[in-house]
Design a protein around this ligand. Structure first.
Ligand code: ZN
Length: 43
C-alpha cells in the first residue's frame, strides 16, 4: 500500500485523509461515505 504522506488537519476526514474519496486498488475512486465527498470531518 502506498499512501502519500499528507498532513492531516483536524478538520479533515480521517477516512479519506481530507480528499473526499477513496482511491481504489483497481483504479478510479469512490466517494467517501464518511464525509460524503466533502473531505471534512463531521463536527
Ligand atoms: Zn471522507
Amino acid at each position: 500500500m502506498t499512501f502519500s504522506k499528507k498532513k492531516l488537519k483536524l478538520s479533515d476526514c480521517p477516512y479519506c485523509t481530507g480528499k473526499g474519496y477513496y482511491q481504489l486498488l483497481l483504479g478510479g475512486s469512490e466517494t467517501c461515505y464518511q464525509c460524503q465527498g466533502s473531505g471534512r470531518k463531521h463536527s
